[in-house]
Design a protein around this ligand. Structure first.
Ligand SMILES: NC(=O)c1ccc[n+]([C@@H]2O[C@H](COP(=O)([O-])OP(=O)(O)OC[C@H]3O[C@@H](n4cnc5c(N)ncnc54)[C@H](OP(=O)(O)O)[C@@H]3O)[C@@H](O)[C@H]2O)c1
Length: 299
């Protein structure tokens, strides 16, 4: 690859940033699609955000991704927001064009794209999805699902008041699309019975809670698609339980993939080949072999 003054620069900014797979994904995709561009990971503290963005405006910048903890605070430094990003109140992708920084949120539609094929038999108007958790990722996904037009998104969170507040916000823009429930087993059972997809959007199942599941195995059923937004470890306890009872399973690697592909499309106008992007992520993420086991239905 020949870097020149014409080479467009892209980046992912966050703090910390070393763990991000986005540089591997986007640099690989730029190469595969013959786009003259370069993508860098940049660690930045909140107090330096403005200075960094002022610097971007002086360079041949095409745009950037934003990850924790800056997805909300970045907004005040942008020129415009896409309507969905404005409703979500968080931005993960910025396009820099004609001296304007425009904020988007591709996390939610990344999630939708990642399940579209698996749920293709269910008309979206009849689709109910139960989501556990109510942090930043769930907010983006739940709003995108309401915007997409599913029948209902049910949200259960440890801190019930947070789920109730999010549901209120969603129903203001998309009346009747969201419902908050408690984490009590009876409430969860009723919701699981109504849902075709159950999603873990909590951090339960990650390294420090690797042996825990956010949902009792007895509440699962084999007709479900059980989706864990976690991708490291690639097979969480929830996914193990779901696999054992014969449910379909999916981890969060495809959500990561598709939010990236949608960002790539916003920047270049090209929607890249998902299998090429998946290969780049799998080559660079830990537990690749377990990933394969899961895919082959062994785990
Ligand atoms: N695949 C992807 O592309 C992708 C993208 C973003 C995030 N994620 C994953 O999504 C998950 C959430 O991320 P986030 O950014 O939304 O995090 P966050 O804003 O910190 O939210 C964390 C959520 O987990 C809940 N939680 C934490 N510990 C819990 C426990 N012991 N029991 C029950 N609930 C608990 C919290 O409940 P409270 O409100 O009660 O504290 C909150 O709802 C993480 O696992 C992250 O890795 C994946």
């Amino acid at each position: 690859m020949r870097i020149s003054v014409e080479t467009k620069i892209y980046a992912v900014i966050g703090d910390p940033i070393g763990q991000s797979l986005s540089p591997q994904l986007h640099n690989g995709l730029f190469k595969a699609n013959a786009v003259d561009a370069l993508y860098l990971p940049i660690a930045v503290k909140s107090e330096d955000l403005k200075k960094l963005l002022d610097g971007f405006r002086l360079m041949n910048f095409g745009g950037f991704n934003i990850t924790k903890p800056h997805k909300m605070e970045i907004i005040e430094y942008l020129d415009r927001l896409d309507p969905l990003a404005e409703k979500i109140g968080a931005v993960n992708t910025v396009v820099y064009q004609d001296k304007q920084m425009i904020g988007y949120n591709t996390d939610g539609f990344g999630f939708i794209k990642s399940i579209e094929e698996k749920i293709s038999k269910i008309p979206k108007e009849r689709l109910t999805i139960l989501i556990l958790g109510c942090g930043g990722a769930v907010k983006s996904v739940a709003m995108a699902l309401a915007d997409w037009g599913i029948k209902k998104v049910i949200i259960a969170n440890r801190t019930a008041a947070k789920a109730e507040a999010l549901v209120k916000l969603i129903n203001k823009s998309w009346p009747g699309k969201a419902e908050a429930i408690s984490m009590a087993p009876e409430a969860l059972k009723k919701a699981v019975d109504a849902a075709a997809v159950v999603v873990n959007g909590t951090s339960v199942g990650m390294a420090d809670s690797a042996l825990q599941s956010p949902l009792a195995k007895a509440l699962l059923k084999k007709e479900l698609l059980v989706y864990d937004m976690i991708y490291s470890p690639p097979v969480t306890q929830l996914l193990k339980d779901a696999k054992e009872i014969g449910a379909q399973t999916q981890n969060g690697l495809d959500m990561l993939l598709y939010q990236g592909l949608l960002a790539f499309e916003l920047w270049t106008g090209i929607f890249p080949d998902p299998s090429a992007g998946k290969k780049l992520l799998e080559e660079n993420s830990e537990g690749n072999s377990e990933q394969k086991l899961l895919k082959e239905g062994i785990k």
